[in-house]
Design a protein around this ligand. Structure first.
Ligand code: GLC
Length: 784
C-alpha cells in the first residue's frame, strides 16, 4: 500500500499549511431555558447544555441548527431531574449543580467548568468551539502542566497519554502494533484527566472519525470530529473511581460474565478438525491443566460460511460439543460479519431476501472481500437486522454453544481502505446515514445483536461474547481482546498499559492474545506471559496459522509445570476475581487497575506501566523481559506482604525483587484479605473449599470488602439467588477483628462454609470473628 512506502512523506502530503481554519462559534445572540436544558444561540452555531446528574453535564454544539439530543448510539442513561441554579448576568450566565458549575461567557461564547470546590476542570481559553464548512467540529481546552491523560480505549504505547495524538476509526491492523500504530480496532472517544490528584472525564459521543490531540500545542488540547455535532459529556470526578462510575452510568456496565468465561481459554488459528479438538481437550484433562474454553477459528466452517460447520472435518459437532462439555470444556466459535456471496447458501439467501445487507443509496448491495471471498455485510444499524442475526445464533445454541467470538467487525475488508466503502448508506432504523458516520459503531451493534440473540436462545443462561471491534459502551455486551499482537516481549510489555487504559475506558473484561498471535513464541516468553495472563481479566492463549504451537505443554515438562501452576492459580483466585467482576458490574470499576486508580495522589503511579493491581489490594509486578530474574517494584503507601512467603515490604519505596522463571511477584496490602479456593478438576470446577486469607496488620488498618458468589451461569442472581458478604477487617496491636457487616442473598454454595486463615498473626494477636475470639482459624457458615 502507498502509505507504507516513502510516499507517506511526500511533500504534497502536508495539507496542514493550506487547510481551512476552524470558524469560532462567536457571540451569544439569544438564550432560552427549556424544561430540561439551556440553549445558547450563537453567531456561528447553537449550543445546548444539559445535566444528566449533578456531576455529569452534557454540552452539544450544532454548527447550523438547534442541536439534536437523541442521536447517541450508546448512551443508556436518561437525564435525571437535576436542581440547577441559574444566575444570569450581563456578560455571563452561570449554571450550578451540587457538583458542577458552568460559567458561560457571552462574547464570544466560552464555557468554563468547575467542580464543587471551585477548581477549574475545563477551560476553553482563547479558542473555544469551532467548525468548518466541510463539517468538521472541534473543541479546544487549556492543558495544565500537571495534567495526565488516560483512557482512549484500546491504544498502544504507555499509560499516560499526554503528548499523544489519537484517531478513533475502527481498523483491522495486522501490521505490528507499535507505540505509534493508530488507530486500532476499538473506538472509545473518552478520556480521564488526572490533575494534582483529582480526576475528571470527557466523553465525546461522536461516531465519525474523531481525533484527540494532546500533542500539537503546549498548553492546549483539542478533540475534533469529521462531522456531526460536537456532543460531549463532562464528568466531575473528583476521584478516578468516581469518573469511571459516572462514565459507566452513561454508557452502561458489563453484566456479570459466566464464571466459565473467567477461566482459561485455549485458542489457535485454527484447530482444524474434530479429531484435533478432541485430542486437545484430552490432553488438558490427562495433564490436569485447567481449561474452560476451546475456541474454533475460521477453519470449522464450510468455506468460511458463518452458521455452518465443515462436514468433513467436523462430522458431528453436536456430539463433540456434548462430549467436551462432559469433560468440563466449552466450545466458542468465531463468527465474522461477512456473509459469503453464494446464492445457494441459506444465510446469504435470507439476507438478500430480507433486505438485511448494507447497501449503497442506489440500492446495490455492498460486497467486500473477506475470508470467504466476496461477501455481504449485515446492516446492524437496523433493529430488524439485529434481530435476524441474533435469531440465527440458534444454529450455535442448538449445538450446545454458549459463547461467541466476533472478529473482523470493524468491519475489516481486504482492500486499500481496510473497510467498507464510506459511501454505503446504513438504514439506521429509518434515519439513513452513511458508513462514514456509523463505521465506528458497526462492531458495537453487531455485539448487541449477538449478545441479545444468544441471551434469548439460552433461556436464562448467561452468554459470553468476545469482540475485536467496538465503541464506547461495548462492555454491555462483550469482552475485548487486543487483536493481532506478536510474540514479542515488547508486546507483552505493551499489553499492560493497553488493558489498563481499556479498563479506565469502562471495559473491564480485556486481555491480549497470551503468548502472542503472530510470530513464533518461545518457552521463556510463553511462561512469563502465562503468568501475567493468569491475572489479567480475560485469559486466552491464541496464536496464528503457521506459528509455533503454544499450548502449555509445547516446551517440555519443566515449563509445562510452571504454566500449569499459574493456570491453576487462576482457579484458586476465582472467588476473588469473581467478586471483582461483580463489583465491575455494579460500579464500572475495572478488575485490572493501574496503581493511580487507588493512589491518585502518588505521582510515581502516574505512568507506571509494568505493574498493575487486581482490585484495590493486590499489586502484580511481572517479569517482562528475557533472561531477567530481578526487577524494581514500586510499592505505594502502606505495607505490602509477599503473597508466597509473607515477607513484609514498606510502601512509598522501590524494592529490587528477585523472581526466577517459576515466579510471578505478587504483593497484598497488609491489613486486607483475599478470597481463595482450590483447583478441583476439569470435569468438576466447583470447589469444595473457599478461604478468606487475611493478611494481618498491626497498625489500625481497616479494610472493607465485598465477597460475592452465585451459580456462575444463570441470571438467577437477578432474583436474589446469590451470596454477598460485606466484610470488615480491623487490625490492632493485639487483635484482628473480622466482622460480617452484612449478608445478603439466598444462594447456598457447594462449599457451604468459608474458612478463615490469618497470615502474619503475631503471638500476642488474637483473631475475633464477629466479636468472638478464635486463634488463627475460624469459619463462616452459610447453612442456616
Ligand atoms: C484475525 C483475528 C485473529 C484470527 C484470524 C483468523 O486476524 O484477529 O484472532 O485468528 O483473524 O480468524
Amino acid at each position: 500500500m502507498l502509505e507504507d512506502t516513502s510516499f507517506a512523506i511526500h511533500p504534497d502530503n502536508d495539507k496542514q499549511s493550506n487547510a481551512e481554519a476552524f470558524r469560532d462559534i462567536g457571540h451569544v445572540v439569544d438564550y432560552k431555558k427549556n424544561e430540561s436544558h439551556y440553549t445558547f444561540i450563537c453567531k456561528h452555531g447553537h449550543v445546548i447544555i444539559q445535566f444528566f446528574t449533578p456531576s455529569i453535564a452534557r454540552i452539544v454544539m450544532n454548527p447550523t441548527k438547534e442541536p439534536s439530543l437523541d442521536e447517541s448510539k450508546t448512551v443508556v442513561a436518561k437525564p435525571e431531574l437535576v436542581h440547577v441554579e441559574e444566575i444570569i448576568g450581563e456578560e455571563m450566565t452561570t449554571l450550578k449543580t451540587e457538583q458542577l458549575t458552568l460559567e458561560i461567557k457571552q462574547a464570544p461564547f466560552r464555557v468554563t467548568v468547575y467542580d464543587a470546590k471551585g477548581t477549574v476542570l475545563l477551560d476553553e481559553g482563547e479558542r473555544g468551539m469551532g467548525h468548518k464548512v466541510s463539517g468538521e467540529v472541534i473543541a479546544h481546552k487549556k492543558m495544565n502542566d500537571s495534567d495526565h491523560f488516560y483512557g482512549f480505549g484500546e491504544k498502544s504505547g504507555f499509560l499516560d497519554k499526554r503528548g499523544e495524538k489519537y484517531t478513533m476509526w475502527n481498523t483491522d491492523v495486522y501490521a505490528p502494533h507499535n507505540p505509534e500504530t493508530d488507530p486500532l480496532y476499538e473506538s472509545i472517544p473518552y478520556f480521564m484527566t488526572l490533575r494534582e490528584g483529582r480526576a475528571h472525564g470527557v466523553f465525546f459521543d461522536n461516531t465519525f472519525r474523531t481525533v484527540f490531540d494532546m500533542k500539537s500545542a503546549e498548553d492546549t488540547y483539542a478533540f475534533m470530529a469529521e462531522g456531526g455535532q460536537l456532543d460531549y459529556y463532562v464528568m466531575a470526578g473528583p476521584s478516578p473511581k468516581n469518573v469511571l462510575t459516572q462514565y459507566t452510568h452513561l454508557t452502561g456496565r458489563m453484566p456479570i460474565p459466566p464464571k466459565w468465561a473467567l477461566g482459561y481459554h485455549q485458542s489457535r488459528y485454527s484447530y482444524e478438525s474434530e479429531a484435533e479438538v478432541r485430542a486437545l481437550a484430552e490432553n488438558f484433562v490427562a495433564r490436569d491443566i485447567p481449561v474452560d474454553v476451546i475456541h474454533l477459528d475460521i477453519h470449522y466452517m464450510n468455506g468460511y460460511r458463518v452458521f455452518t460447520f465443515d462436514k468433513e472435518k467436523f462430522p458431528n459437532p453436536k456430539k463433540m460439543i456434548a462430549d467436551l462439555r462432559a469433560m468440563g470444556i466449552r466450545i466458542v466459535p468465531i463468527v465474522d460479519p461477512g456473509v459469503k456471496k453464494d446464492s445457494e447458501y441459506e444465510a446469504y439467501q435470507e439476507g438478500v431476501r430480507g433486505d438485511h445487507f448494507c447497501k449503497y443509496i442506489e440500492g446495490e448491495i455492498y460486497f467486500g472481500d473477506v475470508w470467504p471471498g466476496s461477501s455481504a455485510f449485515p446492516d446492524f444499524t437496523d433493529e430488524k437486522v439485529r434481530k435476524w442475526w441474533g435469531e440465527k445464533h440458534a444454529f450455535y445454541t442448538d449445538l450446545g454453544i454458549e459463547g461467541i467470538w466476533n472478529d473482523m467487525n470493524e468491519p475489516a475488508v481486504f482492500n486499500e481502505t481496510k473497510t467498507m466503502d464510506v459511501a454505503v448508506m446504513h438504514g439506521n432504523d429509518g434515519v439513513p446515514k452513511t458508513h462514514r458516520e456509523l463505521h465506528n459503531v458497526y462492531g458495537l451493534l453487531m455485539g448487541e445483536a449477538t449478545y441479545e440473540g444468544m441471551k434469548e436462545q439460552l433461556h436464562g443462561k448467561r452468554p459470553f461474547l468476545l469482540t475485536r471491534a467496538g465503541y464506547a459502551g461495548v462492555q454491555r455486551y462483550a469482552s475485548v481482546w487486543t487483536g493481532d499482537n506478536r510474540s514479542f516481549w515488547e508486546h507483552l510489555q505493551m499489553s499492560l498499559p493497553m488493558c489498563m487504559n481499556l479498563g479506565l475506558s469502562g471495559v473491564p473484561f480485556t486481555g491480549p492474545d497470551v503468548g502472542g498471535f503472530a510470530h513464533d513464541t518461545n518457552a521463556e516468553l510463553l511462561v512469563r506471559w502465562m503468568q501475567v495472563g493468569a491475572f489479567t481479566p480475560y485469559f486466552r492463549n491464541h496464536s496464528a496459522i503457521g506459528t509455533h504451537y503454544q499450548e502449555p505443554w509445547q516446551f517440555g515438562p519443566d515449563n509445562e509445570a510452571i504454566m500449569k501452576k499459574y493456570i491453576q492459580m487462576r482457579y484458586e483466585w476465582m472467588p476473588q476475581l469473581y467478586s471483582w467482576f461483580y463489583q465491575a458490574s455494579v460500579t464500572g470499576l475495572p478488575v485490572m487497575r493501574p496503581l493511580l486508580m487507588e493512589f491518585p495522589n502518588d505521582v510515581k503511579t502516574y505512568n507506571l506501566n509494568d505493574q498493575f493491581m487486581i482490585g484495590d489490594n493486590v499489586v502484580i509486578a511481572p517479569i517482562l523481559a528475557p533472561s531477567v530474574t530481578d526487577r524494581a517494584v514500586y510499592l505505594p503507601e502502606g505495607e505490602w506482604v509477599d503473597f508466597y512467603n509473607g515477607t513484609v515490604y514498606c510502601g512509598n519505596q522501590t524494592h529490587l525483587i528477585h523472581a526466577e522463571l517459576a515466579e510471578l511477584p505478587i504483593f497484598v496490602k497488609k491489613g486486607t484479605a483475599l478470597m481463595q479456593s482450590e483447583w478441583t478438576s476439569n470435569a468438576d470446577k466447583k470447589p469444595q473449599h473457599v478461604w478468606m486469607d487475611i493478611f494481618a496488620g498491626t497498625d489500625d488498618e481497616k479494610y472493607v470488602f465485598t465477597y460475592y458468589d452465585d451459580d456462575g451461569e444463570t441470571f438467577a442472581y437477578e432474583n436474589g439467588t446469590y451470596v454477598k458478604l460485606e466484610v470488615e477487617i480491623v487490625s490492632e496491636k493485639n487483635a484482628v477483628h473480622v466482622t460480617i457487616l452484612n449478608q445478603e442473598g439466598d444462594f447456598v454454595p457447594v462449599y457451604s462454609t468459608i474458612g478463615l486463615r490469618v497470615h502474619g498473626l503475631a503471638d500476642d494477636q488474637k483473631l475475633f470473628l464477629n466479636g468472638k475470639g478464635a486463634r488463627d482459624k475460624a469459619s463462616i457458615s452459610f447453612v442456616k
